[in-house]
Design a protein around this ligand. Sequence first.
Ligand SMILES: Cc1ncc(C[n+]2csc(CCOP(=O)(O)OP(=O)(O)O)c2C)c(N)n1
Ligand code: SF4
Length: 255
Amino acid sequence: MARDLEKYLRPEVKETPFCPGCGHGILMGLLLRAVDGLGLDMMKVLFVSGIGCAAWIPSPNFKADTLHTLHGRAIPFATGAKAFNPELNVIIVSGDGDLVSIGGNHLIHAARRNTDITVICANNMIYGMTGGQLACTTPIGAMSSTYPDGSPYQAFDLVKLVSAAGARYVARFAVTQPLSLIGALKRAISLKGFTFVEVLSPCPTQFGRRNRYGSPEKMIEMLRDQCVTREEARGMKPEELEGKMVTGVFVDGGC
Ligand SMILES: Cc1ncc(C[n+]2csc(CCOP(=O)(O)OP(=O)(O)O)c2C)c(N)n1
Ligand code: SF4
C-alpha cells in the first residue's frame, strides 16, 4: 500500500489477507485513492461487507467504522445503518457471490428503492474463499469446483441487472483500468441515491488455476485485453465482441 494511504488503515493490520496477484488488493488501494481524492472524513463513513475474500477489503483494514455482516446481507445491514443515521456515507464492498448470488434480492430491491448507498461489487466470477464454486457470474464454459466440465449457465450481466432495477449510477471497470475506476468510485460515492460499481477483479487461485490462465501476471494481461470501452464496443461487430467485457459508465442519473 502506498505510504500516503497508510493513514486510512488500522495500525494493527500488518499484512494483506489476499493471495499474490489477487485483484482485491488492487481494488483496496484504488478505493482508498478515491476516498483520499474526495477528502472524505472517515469518521462519517461506514463500510459494510458480507462474507468472502472481497469482504475483507474494508474489514478489518480500513480505519473507519466497518460492519462485517452475514453472507449476502451487507445491503440490509447498510440500509438499516443509513436509515438510523442519514449523515453517514455508507459504502458496501463485497463479492459477486455475496452481493449477487446469495444477496441478489437485496441488491435489486435497494436499486429499485433508490436507497442512498454505494455498492462496490468485486467480481472475480467465482466463489474464491470457499474453494472455487460456480457463481451466478461465472461465464458459460468456465470451470469451477462444482462444474468441472464448464458452466452450462448464462452469467448475469451485473450492469444490466442493476440498471434495469433502477440504479441512479452504474459503472463497470477492471482493476487494470485504475484511473477510470477511481473516477467511477469517486462519482458513485459522491452522488445521492443508489450507486453501483462493478469491479472486474482476478482470482488467480480459484479461477485462474482451474481455467489454466497461467500466472497471475498472465491473468492481469488477459483481463486487460478482454476489456473494451463502451465507445470502442460501438464500432465492433457482435462476433468481435464475443468474450470481451464492455467497461464504462452505463447510467449516470446525476443529482
Ligand atoms: C449462509 C452462508 N452460506 C454459505 C457460506 C459459505 N461462503 C462463505 S464465502 C462464500 C462465497 C464468497 O464468494 P464471493 O462473494 O464471490 O467472494 P470471493 O471470495 O470470491 O471474493 C460462501 C459460499 C456462508 N458463510 N454463509
Ligand atoms: S482465493 Fe481468489 S479471491 Fe480469494 S484471496 Fe485468493 S486470489 Fe483473491
